[in-house]
Design a protein around this ligand. Sequence first.
Ligand code: SF4
Length: 427
Amino acid sequence: MRKKEKVIIRRSPDYNPEIIKKIVQEGLSEFGLSSKAKGKITIKPNVVMAHHKIAPSAFTRPEFIDGLLGALTDGKKDDSKIVIAEKAGAGLPTSRMFRRAGYYDLKKKYRIKLLPIEESRKKTVRLQRGEVHQEVTTAREIVDNDFLVYAPKLKSNVLCQGLTAAIKLNMGLLLDKKRLWNHNFNLDKKIVDLLEVGFPDFIATDAIEISLGGNQLTQHGRHLGIILMATDPVAHDVVCSHILHLDPQHIHHLRIAHERGYGSLSLDEIEIEGDISLEEIRQKTKNWDLGLVKVDKVDCNIKTIIGEPYCPGGCHGIFLDWLYMFKDRKPELWKNLPPWTVVIGQHSGDVSASRVMVIGTCSGIQGKVKARKLRKIRGCPPKHKDLVLGFFLKAGILNPLFRFDLIMDAYFFLFISWCKRLIKGRL
Ligand code: SF4
């Protein structure tokens, strides 16, 4: 009989690093990993974006990493080398996001290295089972280490049928060009390809405050008060999907991971331990809205016409994410968005509207168009920042992300980061 994978769920009422440290130490011990967690240790958190006003709940909190580092280093006299490696969202320099997330303060307490993956020495791994990627280039520290720890933040995500947990964390291994490549109807296969490179030895998930209900970057946090620990990312994500009342069969990257033999989607094959039951957590989350709708069903002034292909991980999902930024951070404007008509994908039929925006390189209208203004934003898919800038320049709509400090991050500091990479020969 197949051995059951174990997932531990522990109560952690707040971000107290000492309590988190104790919980993680007990988790490591329970998995028999206390003595194995040494040597070259790489921690991969989720720092896709961090900003005190606009994205305060999008990343693994530094207090959580503090507790995790405490657990990994406590009482150990060996000279373990701990690296925290991450690539922030496409078009954002990771060093700025580390700073905004408060990770540099951790360096005052622990002997660690913060490693923006784009600035690292790279290693290319040829994949045996990749369907989208034949090879993956990422930081050497992700590939060559003695102990790989994943520290995701539990979040909802409209690009991935509702869930961002351990498996989706692997998108942060990729450099921007490859990250956006096939970030369309192939996104879920792409995510699963990455398990060949990023398969953690231990997972400790920040679910003390989870974030949900809108855009993956800007949505609001809600207190859940738990930490999850596991060694198997599929079992871990199955439990996370049940916490959010999602069916793991309907989360495409989980289903594909299961089909490729990475693990079972059945709760019957997972042993859940800890000091809080899954049922108790589900009672708490039962009415939490994840914002999971098709983009043409969003109730706002902007009308969306969807054509083929429908890309939840591409233009359709990213535009839904763009709309949700207003709901999350500019609720007044959300109710009063200018009445544009947006076309995404190949639409067969006529379109008659005052202002029409076409999103996506492949998108177009196979019919008559009657419009006072007709604009297009290209990309397969366009980056979030392309939509933010494109809608400002072509439609005069000011997205909440359109802020001076973030523009500096996304252009000036990105350029500085690129110069550093150029000088070090790490482009
Ligand atoms: S350009 Fe077309 S294929 Fe590419 S993400 Fe957009 S809708 Fe999908």
